[in-house]
Design a protein around this ligand. Structure first.
Ligand SMILES: Cc1cc2nc3c(=O)[nH]c(=O)nc-3n(C[C@H](O)[C@H](O)[C@H](O)COP(=O)(O)O)c2cc1C
Length: 187
């Protein structure tokens, strides 16, 4: 199922976003530059507004002081696909945090399967339950090493049976809880 954010109201955007970005999920970001698929996790990730539908992700620099590949790629291509991590792909998410040279793809190195869903956006990680296809909106100059990037959600993928026609969503995201990872707790 694909929800086009242009076709739903601000109230519906709020409904979808507030049931998706829970409780403090990791943004597993896929970007593409020169056909090289880059994947990396980011926990400085939070919803910002549902009108416009935006999230913010803070991305730092590598040890050599150059921008991380994800930041470079978003600046260049203006596109990012944010996948939500589930229990099945937790290990791949952790592996993909390894700093690699820009011309080496985490997807190739760690055999992470991807799937093209929407033209002109990076692929999703195959097996993820939801992913947001985003456009670069704005960069915030904090005069530091970590750059907050505002991304606008243009559409969102849900795996079968995760989201119903009334936009009730049943996601069990892996989140960062202190030093550990945890699934969403359901009461
Ligand atoms: C769970 C987790 C959360 C992370 N969160 C962030 C973050 O919010 N910001 C950041 O700059 N790096 C974060 N990192 C580190 C990046 O994933 C790591 O630097 C990665 O190599 C960046 O890859 P890239 O150069 O391909 O963009 C996180 C790593 C893990 C495992």
């Amino acid at each position: 199922m694909i929800i086009e954010y242009d076709n739903i109201s601000a109230t519906q955007k709020y409904k979808v976003m507030s049931q998706s970005i829970i409780p403090r999920p990791i943004a597993w970001i896929v970007t593409v530059d020169n056909d090289i698929i880059n994947v990396a996790p980011f926990s400085y990730f939070t919803p910002l507004s549902s009108n416009p539908a935006t999230v913010i992700v803070s991305i730092g620099h590598k040890l050599d002081n150059t921008p991380k590949d994800t930041l470079n790629n978003i600046r260049k291509t203006k596109k990012a696909t944010i996948c939500f991590v589930n229990e099945t792909n937790l290990e791949n998410m952790i592996a993909s945090a390894e700093p690699l040279a820009k011309d080496i793809s985490e997807v190739e190195k760690f055999n992470i399967p991807t799937k093209n869903i929407i033209d002109h956006y990076p692929p999703i990680i195959d097996g993820c339950d939801s992913a947001m296809f985003c456009d670069f909106h704005k960069e915030i100059d904090m005069e530091g090493q970590t750059i907050p990037i505002i991304l606008e959600i243009k559409s969102q993928y849900f795996n079968d049976n995760i989201c119903d026609e009334r936009l009730n969503i049943d996601l069990d995201n892996i989140s960062r809880v202190g030093k550990e990872y945890a699934k969403s707790t359901k009461i």
